[in-house]
Design a protein around this ligand. Structure first.
Ligand code: AKG
Length: 293
């Protein structure tokens, strides 16, 4: 890991800033070894991989999908302790990993269109609680010139109107050293910048969603039970080997972790799985005892 951090207080401050401004940047929390390990794994996977298919993926960009199945460095990043602590504050228990990707902008890449990461969920804006939280990890230093992510501060609180309705808001570029992370509410308007340099700009990006929403990537197909056996508890939970009470995520009326590992299931039952399991075995779920989204 990079700099030592007091996870609890740092997570509280990040969560508060994301709630207020829509985004927060935490600088240099990955160490050099972690950056190199992730960047090398991505570079290897990019070989023979085609460039993006449209202006959203980026026609001069490499975008890799479904990286949670590609090894320990990606699992560790998805379950980075600071991010887990922030998500525990901003989302409901048993939040999910929505996608796990990397994006490399090559020289000459142009700006992405403005978008949000929650646009595909049919929930009116602004929503009371975040529908999801996105993270963009800089594996190269991000500069305005090489295509640092651009965003419109506090736009997570806007209604359904597009950025053109807010000419008074100036966009910011997430300039940050390698090993830093941009954390933002999925409702924040943002886009990848243009790469006007001679070098590439690489990031790993994980998005997370509320446990009652469908993740963008079908994580249970990407990491089926036989693969999930090697994952730690948090990673399994965020993939969907967990229950959103009373029974979202069930398999034949049972906790999905039972398909992976019965002892872990029993452990989860004693902690965050307890509410779920109680709900599954309760005779009646009423609007009063049903935990809502
Ligand atoms: O590459 C970036 O900086 C942002 C990418 C992004 O927002 C996306 O593809 O959803």
């Amino acid at each position: 890991m990079g700099q030592p951090i007091n996870i609890e207080s740092q997570a509280a401050s990040v969560a508060e800033t994301v709630a207020k401004d829509g985004f927060a940047i935490v600088e240099a929390i990955l160490g050099r070894a972690e950056i190199v390990e992730l960047a090398s794994a991505i570079a290897e996977l990019e070989e023979d991989h085609p460039l993006g298919r449209n202006i959203f993926e980026g026609e001069r960009s490499h975008r890799l999908y479904s990286l949670i199945a590609q090894g320990r460095p990606f699992e560790q990043l998805a379950a980075h302790p600071l991010i887990v602590a922030v998500l525990d504050l901003l989302l409901l228990p048993n939040w999910l990993l929505s996608n796990c990707q990397s994006i490399r902008l090559y020289p000459g890449e142009t700006r992405q269109p403005w978008h949000t990461d929650s646009a595909f969920y049919a929930v009116p804006r602004p929503s009371e609680a975040p529908l999801g939280i996105s993270t963009i990890w800089a594996l190269d230093a991000f500069t305005e010139a090489n295509g640092a992510t651009e965003y419109l501060p506090q736009s997570h609180r806007w209604g359904p109107e597009p950025p053109t309705s807010h000419p008074e808001v100036t966009s910011l570029a997430a300039e940050m050293p390698a090993g830093s992370v941009l954390v933002f509410d999925a409702a924040l308007w943002h886009r990848g910048g243009a790469n006007d340099t001679d070098a590439t700009r690489l990031c790993a990006t994980n998005q997370y969603c509320q446990p009652w929403l469908r993740p963008q990537e079908s994580q249970l197909l990407i990491a089926p039970p036989e693969m999930a056996e090697r994952f730690d508890d948090r990673v399994r939970s965020m993939l969907g080997y967990s229950i959103h009470p009373p029974f979202i995520g069930q398999v034949e009326g049972k906790h999905p972790l039972r398909l992976v590992d019965e002892p872990s299931y029993r452990k989860a039952k004693g902690s965050d799985g307890a509410a779920a399991d109680r709900s599954l075995t309760d005779d009646i779920v009423t609007p009063q005892n049903r935990p809502g989204p």
